[in-house]
Design a protein around this ligand. Structure first.
Ligand code: 5AD
Ligand code: SF4
Length: 446
């Protein structure tokens, strides 16, 4: 086996995985490897995987199975991420052509694992339960030059009964505030304008380490003070840990976008209890009402699972009503997928797949109507847009996002890329607001 010259990483799952891929890319490029987007040709191929639902795992197992049949014998294959933690050594048995398996808490050992593999031929495995070693985020290889993901806390202590994350990523570990601040200052000096703070539950930030003396809202105040960072977002939150202080920070900090992911999961308090979400629907709605009182223009996001074991039609209709009532700006809708090793397996997966799909479709339709209504309501308003790039189809059209995550497109010069523009919204297409820069003559957009 010889030193690889080229590499490719296929990423599945959440934003944290995307960031982990960027960190691994930094490590590999330091070693001298070059990115090559060709799974068949590349010397080192890594699958950075997700275990959240069965489909995510099946996609990777399918890819690995195909690869076994046609892979060139010199290619090194690695599996990283949550599936590595979930499947452990069994991955080598099922897929003997895999050379290393590194879980989310062992990614810092990537180059050492490769060294050992090249020197001795022995397969590498790292599947620690706890996150003990911070990654080299500053050395990460990022393709985006304006927006960056920042890891602030890894792992989860919530143990929702359906969720595999606490078992794959392990318990919560917050990152030192000074490291986060240093990284954000470096990014700002390189011209980055928007940061998204990442964690399975960012609202728990700092609770696991009293010596930081810094909770989530404290961190936000420190980051808002950094010159050059125009926008701060965060993903994701557990409703129980969303505090009044956080809501006030959203109201008061200019860079903090008025968007909050507030995942309800179900509208039925009975199901919420079985999910171990530790709130009732009433408590959830009270918190949403408080948010709306403190930040009236806040946009909300949600995650919803339909077909959780024992969910009746009445339970489902309560979820339907919540979606209808709150009118989320972003809704991620899922059918329950039983995960081996999670407490919900004891309830058995009782809802037939067709029923889950029927319920899912009902929510998708409802939410599509809500998206349309929301875009319609923005016609005639002026929105702040971070200009991200020119349209691939028409270089005279620029694309970006509003503070509340809506896509926007408008005519303009490429010199505006990287700046914040005020966009008057004239119209919308299926996914996108269509507008013009404020003060620009109407004729330009026809
Ligand atoms: N089945 C379906 N959806 C799930 N999620 C987490 N675990 C499961 C599961 N077993 C969803 C939740 C969570 C989002 C990231 O994924 O809605 O908020
Ligand atoms: Fe999973 Fe619940 Fe933790 Fe979110 S809060 S990662 S759904 S256990």
């Amino acid at each position: 086996m010889k030193e690889p010259k080229t590499y490719f990483i296929r990423t599945y799952g959440c934003q944290m995985n995307e960031l982990d891929t960027e960190v691994m890319r930094g490590q590999l490029e330091k070693r001298g490897l070059k990115w090559l987007e060709n799974e068949a040709e590349v010397d080192l191929l890594i699958f950075n995987t997700c275990s959240i639902r069965d489909l995510a795992e099946r996609k990777v197992m399918g890819k690995l199975g195909l690869l076994a049949k046609k892979k060139n014998s010199d290619q090194i294959v690695g599996v990283t991420g949550c599936m590595a933690n979930a499947k452990k050594e069994s991955l080598f048995k099922k897929m003997p052509h895999v050379h290393f398996v590194l879980g989310t808490n062992d990614l810092h050992t990537l180059n050492d694992t490769l060294d050992t593999l090249l020197a001795t031929g022995s397969k590498g495995i790292g599947i620690q339960k706890h996150f003990t070693e911070e990654l080299d985020y500053i050395g990460a290889k990022r393709d985006d030059k304006l927006k960056a993901y920042i890891s602030i806390i890894r792992g989860c202590n919530k143990y929702c009964t359906y969720c595999i994350v606490p078992y794959t990523r392990g318990p919560e570990v917050s990152r030192a505030p000074e490291d986060i601040i240093q990284e954000c200052k470096i990014l700002a000096s390189k011209g980055y304008k928007e940061i998204t703070l990442l964690g399975q539950n960012v609202n728990s930030y700092g609770k696991d380490n009293a010596s930081f003396n810094c909770l989530f809202h404290d961190l936000l105040y420190k980051l808002d003070a950094i010159d050059g960072i125009e926008r701060i977002r965060f993903m994701t939150s557990h409703p129980v840990d969303i505090t009044r202080q956080l809501m006030e920070a959203i109201r008061d900090l200019p860079s903090l976008c008025e968007f909050i992911h507030f995942p309800v999961q179900s509208g039925s308090s009975r199901i919420l209890k079985k999910m171990h979400r530790i709130y009732t629907l009433e408590q959830y709605l009270e918190k949403v009402a408080l948010l709306k009182e403190i930040v009236p223009n806040a946009a909300l996001g949600t995650d919803i699972i339909v077909g959780f074991p024992t969910e009746t039609h009445e339970d489902f209709m309560e979820t339907y009503k919540v979606l209808e009532h709150i009118e989320y700006s972003v809704a991620f809708l899922f059918a329950y997928s039983e995960r081996k090793g999670t407490p919900a397996t004891r309830f058995k997966d009782t809802i037939p797949e067709e029923v889950k799909q029927e319920r899912l479709q009902m929510l998708i339709q409802l939410q599509d109507g809500i998206y349309k209504k929301q875009r319609q309501a923005l016609i005639g308003s002026t929105q702040e847009v971070l200009v991200e790039r020119a349209s691939t189809r028409n270089p005279h059209l620029l694309k970006g996002r509003t503070r509340c995550w809506k896509n926007a497109i408008f005519p303009g010069d490429a010199s505006l890329i990287g700046s914040l523009a005020s966009i008057y919204v004239d119209d919308f297409t299926h996914q996108t607001l269509v507008g013009r820069k404020v003060e620009e003559p109407l004729s330009l957009i026809s």
